[in-house]
Design a protein around this ligand. Structure first.
Ligand SMILES: *[C@@H]1O[C@H](CO)[C@@H](O)[C@H](O)[C@H]1NC(C)=O
Ligand SMILES: *[C@@H]1O[C@H](CO)[C@@H](O)[C@H](O)[C@H]1NC(C)=O
Ligand SMILES: *[C@@H]1O[C@H](CO)[C@@H](O)[C@H](O)[C@H]1NC(C)=O
Ligand SMILES: *[C@@H]1O[C@H](CO)[C@@H](O)[C@H](O)[C@H]1NC(C)=O
Ligand SMILES: *[C@@H]1O[C@H](CO)[C@@H](O)[C@H](O)[C@H]1NC(C)=O
Ligand SMILES: *[C@@H]1O[C@H](CO)[C@@H](O)[C@H](O)[C@H]1NC(C)=O
Length: 685
């Protein structure tokens, strides 16, 4: 017990910030087990077992030492899907996200994996494993676009996608702010600590933000070659004042390289380049210069217009020795091979000095699927207890679409098809699971009307209830399958107007009322059997005389003649004999909005808000389902029929709507600047 206390105290002293900063760190050991503290960093790691539902764990031949995080990795099928971890973020806060990959499998006969890494819908990296013992590291600096980000693996071209660790590190205040952060992430290409004392990278707790500062002693191909003769490593144990902008760790700034023969040069490959970069040099004078000495140099390479003749004098620029100076290029175009050369000026007594560099590539953020669509998909996902639904990770469309949707190639993507695979998946998993209630239950979300990119919607064979919601915006819809559900209510009139609808299946539901005549016109494949309460009405094209016979019928004719190019839909009513004996369908191709009397009642809340008295009768306020405000006019007095004024209202009307008890003239929305309260919807009897 005594020993334990001492160790604990020692631990707290070693990691003074462990308490403050670390609390927000997320460190995921992919494929790992349990929950443990890393003896090197003091950070706490958690297994990903509860964070991802896919993949398998592979034991790794950890020839790189015995770091717990690298004893396993999680791998995923090499299929057309993507597999994602979702990390919680605070919107608009900046983070460093790091993913690492150690394959660690040597002789299994398979080629080494090549696959892709995504952050949300944005391609982050091509992961190409050539050395199974190497830990491949990818870092991205982001300003969180929302309250979570998805890190996704997909698209293996050889082997299978896998991952070893995933880390999320919040950054502070204005660190890594750029002018472009709404449109670009920053993919870290190089962060190098020069003059490092060992081959090990510097990270937490030396860097409270846990960036990885790679040692310049680390050896790999095309990394820090072409070193100028006379390059020497220097270090100090004095404190460095690093309290500016990016807060590089003191330990990194305490070491440097100097070009004792007047120049410092290096060459390294920048993976992901050419491209536009944000490049930083971290400089601090750590040698004690006497008063007659100076250190002045210029950057000769790479060529950056306007920068190559600027003389750097660290002590002057930083206003003191042992103080950070951060020259930076917020947007510089760099090649894949970066050659840089710092050259002493003629009047300088000392050669150039460099403590650290950091270079990141601007990566254009690809928008996620239009949230009008993804919100509806989420609503559908909540309608089933079937967990398979939530097993589709990340964005519905990018980089790989969910199995049960198709997407447009536009930016942002739109959902074009929600398919029957939903049902197939449910059937397939039914065999595995014995839980009851596996299919879609409840009402079709009304927001489906926002999915106006949809061309096919297959919702058949579920337990959907309620009415068919408004889908009149889905004008690209060609196929709609609603059969074998428990849907009720009327078959909406607008379905007859969807210009591209070719296939409508509603059989085996509980629909009632009359079938909209347009659906029976033979223009589309329409199946509606097994709906006992559904009434099929006769369809007659342009047979006006057929409906004549009452005075109101005559008026209807007057309406038709007056507005000329308007279609009227009508249905016979048992309680009222307006069009007894048949229905009318004048097909002149003008827009028709079908509003049932029930919908008018709903819109006006049973004609509860009277907003005036127009020339023909009372006018009521109403709000249609789509939010459009209307005035509804009830034509009460039959003696007004046929007046000039009525004729004019009809003439300027946009729509004629028939509902079972009334003829409604739907003239203008209240929103229309010219509209008056007495001229929107007229019902008369
Ligand atoms: C593990 O790796 C070492 C060296 O990299 C190799 O010699 C050894 O055969 C490997 N063991 C297994 C089981 O793959
Ligand atoms: C982050 O910023 C807050 C205030 O802006 C400060 O109190 C805190 O010490 C900073 N953390 C680190 C690790 O610098
Ligand atoms: C950087 O500069 C280039 C060329 O001037 C410009 O096209 C680009 O939009 C700028 N910003 C980023 C983030 O690349
Ligand atoms: C600077 O002054 C010191 C004595 O203070 C002298 O030894 C040294 O040679 C001088 N260096 C130069 C470059 O003049
Ligand atoms: C530079 O540092 C000195 C003290 O070391 C201080 O008096 C002076 O104000 C500083 N100048 C600037 C521009 O910060
Ligand atoms: C009708 O639909 C229900 C689901 O609502 C389904 O269980 C039943 O098998 C269907 N009947 C036929 C004949 O397809």
């Amino acid at each position: 017990m005594g020993l334990f206390c001492c160790l604990l105290v020692l631990f707290l002293q070693l990691f003074p910030c462990a308490v403050c900063q670390v609390r927000e760190f997320v460190s995921i050991d992919c494929g790992g087990t349990g929950y443990y503290t890393d003896t090197i960093t003091g950070l706490t790691w958690v297994s990903d077992a509860d964070l991802i539902k896919h993949g398998n764990v592979a034991q790794v031949n950890n020839s790189n030492g015995n770091r717990q995080q690298y004893k396993h990795h999680r791998y995923f099928p090499a299929d057309s899907k993507k597999y994602c971890y979702t990390l919680s973020t605070t919107e608009r806060r900046r983070y460093l996200i790091r993913a690492t990959f150690q394959y660690g499998i040597y002789d299994d006969g398979n080629p080494y994996p090549i696959f892709q890494l995504y952050l949300d819908s944005t391609k982050w990296s091509d992961i190409t494993i050539t050395d199974p013992s190497r830990v491949y590291i990818d870092e991205m600096i982001i300003r969180a676009p929302s309250t979570s980000v998805d890190v996704c693996l997909c698209c293996a071209s050889t082997g299978y996608p896998f991952i070893s660790t995933l880390e999320l590190r919040p950054l502070n205040a204005s660190m890594y702010a750029t002018d472009y952060e709404d449109e670009f992430f920053l993919k870290v290409a190089a962060r190098v600590n020069f003059g490092a004392l060992s081959k090990d990278a510097i990270r937490y707790p030396d860097d409270p933000y846990d960036r990885l500062w790679e040692s310049d002693l680390a050896r790999r191909q095309n990394f820090l070659v072409g070193v100028a003769p006379g390059t020497e490593r220097i270090s100090t144990s004095k404190n460095i004042n690093t309290g500016a902008r990016e807060f590089p760790p003191v330990k990194v700034m305490q070491t440097a390289v100097v070009g004792t023969k007047g120049s410092l040069s290096y060459r390294l490959n920048l993976y992901g380049f050419p491209g536009n970069a944000r490049a930083y040099a971290y400089l601090a004078e750590i040698e004690d210069l006497s008063v007659n000495e100076t250190r002045k140099f210029t950057m000769q390479k790479p060529a950056v217009p306007g920068y190559n003749n600027i003389v750097v004098n660290i002590v002057e620029n930083a206003n003191g020795s042992h103080t950070l100076y951060e020259p930076s290029y917020m947007n510089v175009s760099l090649d894949f091979v970066l050659s840089f050369l710092l050259q002493k000026t003629g009047d300088s007594t000392r050669g150039p000095l460099l403590n650290a560099i950091e270079i990141s590539k601007y990566v254009q953020i690809i928008p996620k699927t239009d949230n009008r669509d993804s919100n509806v998909l989420e609503a559908f996902r909540t309608m089933t207890t079937q967990s398979y639904w939530t097993h589709e990770d990340g964005d519905p469309c990018v980089p790989a679409h969910w199995e049960w949707v198709n997407c447009s190639p536009s930016m942002p993507s739109r959902i074009t098809k929600m398919t029957k695979i939903i049902i197939k998946i449910l059937e397939a998993t039914e065999m595995i699971s014995t839980l009851s209630g596996k299919d879609l239950k409840g009402e079709i979300p009304s927001e489906i009307n926002n999915m106006d990119g949809l061309t096919e919607l297959w919702l058949d064979g579920n337990s959907l209830t309620g009415h068919i919601p408004d889908m009149s915006n889905l004008i690209d819809l060609t196929v709609l399958h609603l059969e074998n559900n428990r849907l009720t209510g009327q078959i909406p009139y607008y379905l007859g107007d969807l210009p591209n609808l070719q296939e409508l299946y509603v059989q085996n539901n509980s629909f009632s009322g009359k079938i909209p005549p347009a659906l029976l016109s033979g223009k589309l494949v329409f199946k509606y059997d097994d709906n006992p309460e559904l009434i099929r009405t006769e369809y007659h094209k342009s047979n006006i005389k057929f409906i004549l016979g009452t005075s109101i019928g005559a008026l209807l004719i007057f309406v038709l003649i007056t507005i000329n190019s308007t279609r009227i839909m009508s249905k016979p009513s048992t309680s009222y004999s307006l069009v007894r004996g048949g229905s009318v369908y004048i097909d002149d191709g003008l827009d028709v909005v079908h509003i049932t009397f029930t919908e008018i009642e709903e819109a006006t809340q049973d004609f509860s808000t009277k907003i005036g008295k127009g020339s023909f009768g009372n006018v009521y306020y109403g709000k249609l389902k789509d939010g459009k405000e209307v005035a509804v006019k009830i034509l009460a007095d039959a003696s007004y029929h046929g007046t000039k004024q009525f004729e004019n209202e009809v003439k300027f009307s946009k729509y004629v709507i028939y509902c079972s008890e009334y003829v409604i003239l739907f003239l203008k929305a209240l929103m229309d600047a010219t509209a008056q309260a007495d001229a929107d919807v007229i019902c008369y009897d």
